[in-house]
Write a protein that binds this ligand. Sequence first.
Ligand code: WT7
Length: 660
Amino acid sequence: MSAIESVLQERRVFAPSEQTVAGATVSGMDAYKALCAEAERDYEGFWARLARETLTWQKPFTKVLDESKAPFYTWFEDGELNASYNSLDRHVEAGNGERVAIVFEADDGTVTNVTYKDLLARVSRFANALKKRGVKKGDRVVIYMPMSVEGVVAMQACARIGATHSVVFGGFSSKSLNERMVDVGAVALITADEQMRGGKALPLKNIADEALAMGGCEAVHSVIVYKRTGGKVAWHEGRDHWMHEISAAESDTCAPVPVGAEHPLFILYTSGSTGKPKGVQHSTGGYLLWAAQTMKWTFDHKPNDVFWCTADIGWITGHSYIAYGPLTIGATQVVFEGVPTYPNAGRFWDMIAKHKVTVFYTAPTAIRSLIKMAEADAKVHPKSYDLSSLRILGTVGEPINPEAWVWYYENVGGKRCPIVDTWWQTETGGHMITPLPGATPLVPGSCTLPLPGIMAAIVDETGQDVPNGQGGILVVKRPWPSMIRNVWGQPERYKSGYFPEELGGTLYLAGDGSVRDKDTGYFTIMGRIDDVLNVSGHRLGTMEIESALVANPLVAEAAVVGRPDDTTGEAVVAFVVLKATRPQGDEAVKLANDLRAWVGKEIGPIAKPKDIRFGENLPKTRSGKIMRRLLRSLAKGEAITQDVSTLENPAILDQLGESL
Ligand code: WT7
């Protein structure tokens, strides 16, 4: 197999301002390089230093990294700590109990502030209530809740008593919830009566009841319900309890249970590209270290910052950058219940202005859809809001194409805020490759360089390093503290999936294609390896063709997939959403020709889409990733047999299925 070819060239560079560099935690490239050198020189010493400085240990560790059972690595194994103690108690003990931990904004705009002292009391009461229901250290608790203070309380309360939580995103179906409860062996479920999003109530408790009734999860002895709306729910006496009632009956102190550093803090399911969902098992010590450390490095966190990560607690981003990272370092953060388009597409900008957010972290898919709406309506354009509080912007989840990057930089960040394009995964626990705001010169579309201590590299199919400028497979060469520990109950799947023998068995395989720039060594992610197209023997990543399409001023979003082709092996099929309304008839044919020529000019004739389809939207997963498997079926003209129940607007499948 030949290497993945990189065909796009991005030459714009945005260096951080002198002011940003001067005040930064990692100040300037020399400081960054010094940290990298420290990790190179004494890998274990480097991580041990960070772990001692960043976390409070009940029992100090004497061992750092143990590689004897590789790839089942352990970190700080004989140390003991409690994640909830590190997130709450220690800030209160240090005199910061009155500091606001969470500024919660509900769907309807109602704002509630929760201090560290309040949060500690709420977590303690609920932890006591869980204990009273028999939940103990090592038990698994499934959390199926809306974005809420109560969701964070539920996670922290589990951590406090050493129970392992598994959060299931509130948009998943009863079947998905059931599968996860069965696989993880849950003893309790924490949910809500309903969830409010965009002015609509969704019946979480009913879905949870359905999931429980599907069987296989008879071990669930308690169902605890957060009353969000007061909507009508079915009630199973003895099994079901209101969260506020059982909490009110408890004391507001609860001793945190120290656990070993390797104790599973949580298991989070990720769909994977095929088959049964994988329960990604994370540790307590190593995980918490990196969630906290990356808050300080990547987001350059300062005491006066107001941090806002827009992810849901159902995803890893919401674990690391809502439930644990910000709290572990004592930050003030915004937690938002609703959606970016309600009551209108200016909601994010309005909230940034209202709460004087300084560090804003969101997904490229959200940015792209807000660009489309802002360009159509000046009222919801970020320029219509006072965003002067912002100092750092971030993105995560997929490659951000350079055009969207520049728009975000200019219109949201006012050309003064560095953008940290953070590459990482559910499995990595925290950021891996990302700019540091006060050090790294930025190149739109590139996640730039690995964090100190992260040994990322690009290799070929045999595990050999490829030279800069040549695309290949992204790997991590040494274990790091916040890495996945296991696939819950499937150690073989962990081993073969992440440390494949073909690559030598010691490299962590991320599953992404990537290339490093010839001059700077900067990484650019080219999409998932499984999505690579092979056109006339050229292996092309999806990201570059998509970026080229979106660089056209008419295009809002694009996704490309391959379709078997007699002459070229595979042909490029592009699904395109325009900023204006969806074109039809002759207009569509003309636009498709223009776009084909455009890609030919931007990248080269091999990347020209053979077929272009226009839709009002693209099919996305609940976490905003494009469902390329669905698009591949559409490109081949096949009937859709996959589960499409999570699609916002299934009618777009008909649009995207239409050839011109
Ligand atoms: C995959 C991981 C990490 C939290 C959210 C997603 C893609 C993620 C970037 C980025 C390019 C990115 C990769 C990765 N991805 N961040 N900054 N640039 N691609 O977590 O669901 O585990 O997905 O998301 O393909 O492997 P996840």
